[in-house]
Ligand binder design. Structure first.
Ligand SMILES: CC(C)(COP(=O)(O)OP(=O)(O)OC[C@H]1O[C@@H](n2cnc3c(N)ncnc32)[C@H](O)[C@@H]1OP(=O)(O)O)[C@@H](O)C(=O)NCCC(=O)NCCS
Length: 115
């Protein structure tokens, strides 16, 4: 299943390793989360991600595509252990979830639109 097929699936599948061009692995979840004091519905977790060729723009394009196609989704990236990548995703509009510890920081990009 691709990421789009996963997000649009009507089989009740809520987490999966998806196939996506430009990525050697991508594990995602659809869930609700408690973020900065609010319950947020329609969260897409990116729980594990590895690009096939790091530095080729695949991740940046993926975030843009998700944002455009699913403006109601909050995107949440779990456990960003690569500090360089943390800086990059903040430039992409992500904020630190300040309830997560420094050793396992997570970041989110709020949905511009409620569904
Ligand atoms: C982190 C990762 C998924 C980003 O995907 P990507 O398609 O390479 O990302 P983009 O090309 O859109 O953006 C480039 C950013 O990726 C990160 N990146 C690029 N090459 C990288 C590498 N060899 N190792 C680690 N991070 C890298 C950097 O943050 C870079 O931004 P910067 O140059 O401004 O610092 C990918 O680089 C990767 O798989 N890296 C190795 C595994 C990893 O660190 N995973 C942790 C994810 S929490």
């Amino acid at each position: 299943m691709t990421l789009i097929q996963f997000i649009e699936n009507d089989k009740g599948i809520r987490n999966m390793w998806v196939r996506e061009k430009g990525f050697s692995s991508l594990y995602v979840r659809l869930c609700r989360r408690y973020i900065h004091g609010n319950v947020v519905s329609n969260v897409l977790d990116i729980a594990s991600v590895e690009a096939s060729k790091p530095g080729n723009g695949a991740f940046t394009k993926l975030i843009e595509r998700i944002r455009k196609r699913y403006p109601y989704l909050t995107i949440y990236i779990e456990n960003v252990l690569n500090p360089r990548f943390a800086v990059k995703i903040m430039h992409l509009g992500f904020q630190r979830d300040n309830t997560t510890p420094d050793e396992l920081p997570s970041y989110f990009k709020p949905a511009p639109k409620e569904q």
